[in-house]
Design a protein around this ligand. Structure first.
Ligand code: GCU
Length: 502
């Protein structure tokens, strides 16, 4: 992120250029050389040896550019322009409560693939076994082989570049207690794609969730991808530290707010047995009546789903956060739920909704299109007292599971005082304790996601306790200093939402 390279660049919003000269073996017999960018915030244009190859919009999902036609012997000049200017037609739009880090913030790789390569390999547990879905880069026919470690070798008949097969297998199921992964490899011609995949069932019946047929309660925290020293850039140790803190809290799920996080997060969650809610940044106000904006949101959603389709840890796709209920928003978000279901019928769809202030109920016209209704509410922080939450829950009912998708309070690390005093650690501890206790009294509430694990940068937070940081973390931005709220939340999760482990 250029925003972290020099103090003068911290608040620069605009275009910046990355350039690199490289030597690549010229591709032979029809191979193609692709550039893969893990993510660039927020729009990226790729040029090779002066030729414009393409534009990608969306700051948190991977994209490719085909370099083949413009590669030359010797030095090749790759340039990528990244622009993080906030736009009224973008996703997210101009206003959001996190830092607008600009730049290429994930890995950049050169990938050589045969002309006919496997670009889709999706395995999912279905009623009668495992459904395997293979897609190729060209519409050719043939036989793909699937090597399923421990379960055998199988063939998939490919017609017109695609093929599916139902394998009558009963794999050992993946769960947080037993994160069983299988090594799978698919081969077609000279191309081979390998993955490590867990198999599990996530379902809802009425107002309950179940994982592999057993009741599931969600003890969660939200997490931003933000680091005091590296901005949006994360790494394996940062991710494993995050999961260690979540386990210390007794959490079994993380909400990766408010945009797709690094692809390593879901892979490590698969290994460690942490459930995930992943989402796209359809956040607050969006140009809901702009078809280009919908295309942008749909593209980010598809890129996220296609990237993480084989990740057992991911149980929920989130299509939005705190969007006021208007006709345009309803059409836009309903459209996104349809896109998500068409891409992936194996997971549940959620959104973080707002309280219906007219009826003072948990009520949203989008709810009928969701499997899980998320509710963001801050009784005890933005709204005084907790009786409002009790009234809201008593006022409401639901025919599908509800989770408190955000709740919490700011606490300046080290600020102590009576729990009636805002910004003290004592206040945050009280809010988190009461929130979990009260949420647990509603039979249709199946979980809570506390907002959030670590303090994070946000320019809009400028009280004397914040100075550019949102301090609702239960751990400070050093990702080490635990606040009283950490222990209060751990205690609350030890008493509530800890039904039979998923
Ligand atoms: C909102 C929003 C978060 C924000 C939080 C807060 O619910 O979804 O992105 O950071 O409230 O006020 O701290």
């Amino acid at each position: 992120c250029w925003t972290m390279q020099h103090p003068e660049w911290r608040h620069y919003e605009g275009a910046a250029w990355y350039s690199r000269s490289f030597h690549a073996d010229l591709p032979r017999n029809g191979d193609r050389v692709l550039l893969r960018v893990g993510a660039a915030n927020e729009r990226a244009r790729v040029f090779l040896n002066g030729a414009f190859l393409g534009l990608h919009v969306g700051g948190s999902t991977p994209f490719f550019a085909d370099l083949t036609a413009h590669l030359r012997p010797g030095a090749n000049n790759l340039m990528i322009e990244v622009d993080n200017t906030r736009r009224t037609d973008a996703v997210p739009m101009q206003h959001f409560d996190w830092f607008n880090h600009g730049g290429i913030h994930r890995d950049v790789e050169l990938v050589t693939v045969p002309a006919v390569c496997i670009n889709r390999l999706f395995l999912q547990l279905v009623e009668r076994g495992i459904a395997v879905d293979v897609g190729l880069s060209l519409q050719v026919d043939g036989i793909a082989t699937l090597d399923f470690a421990g379960l055998g070798q199988f063939e998939i008949n490919i017609v017109g570049g695609a093929g599916t097969v139902l394998l009558d297998l009963s794999p050992e199921l993946w769960s947080p207690d037993n994160p069983r992964l299988y090594d799978v490899a698919a081969q077609f011609g000279t191309d081979r794609v390998a993955d490590r995949i867990g198999f599990r069932r996530i379902e809802r019946q009425g107002t309950s969730l179940s994982l592999n047929g057993r009741p599931l309660a969600l003890r969660g925290l939200c997490v931003h991808e933000d680091d005091r020293d590296t901005g949006r850039v994360t790494c394996e140790s940062d991710i494993r530290r995050r999961f260690a803190h979540l386990r210390e809290l007794g959490a079994n799920v993380a909400r990766l707010s408010h945009y797709p996080h690094h692809e390593l997060v879901a892979k490590i969650a698969d290994e460690e047995g942490m459930l995930l809610w992943e989402e796209i940044p359809v956040y607050w106000a969006i140009s809901f009546d702009n078809p280009h904006t919908f295309d942008n949101a749909r593209n980010q959603l598809c890129e996220l789903i296609r990237r993480d389709a084989n990740r057992a840890s991911v149980i929920l796709w989130g299509v939005g956060n705190e969007n006021a209920d208007t006709e345009a928003r309803l059409a836009f978000m309903t459209g996104l739920t349809k896109v998500a279901r068409a891409e992936d019928a194996s997971r549940l769809i959620a959104a973080a909704c707002l309280i219906n202030r007219q009826t003072f109920r948990i009520e949203d016209r989008l709810a009928e299109h969701l499997d899980v209704i998320g509710l963001n509410e801050y009784f005890g922080w933005y709204e005084p007292g907790f009786e409002g939450l009790q009234r809201l829950l008593a006022n409401s009912n639901s025919d599908r599971p509800v989770v408190i998708s955000e709740t919490g309070a700011d606490a300046a690390p080290g600020l102590h005082g009576p729990e009636t005093q805002l910004f003290t650690e004592e206040r945050q501890a009280l809010v988190l304790t009461r929130q979990v206790q009260i949420a647990a009294t509603a039979p249709y509430v199946v979980g809570v996601f506390a907002w959030l694990l670590y303090d994070f940068r946000s320019e809009r937070r400028q009280t004397r306790y914040q100075r550019g940081w949102n301090r609702k973390g239960v751990i400070a931005e050093d990702k080490a200093t635990h606040k009283l709220g950490f222990h209060a939340l751990a205690d609350a999760f030890a008493q509530h939402f800890n039904g039979p482990k998923g």
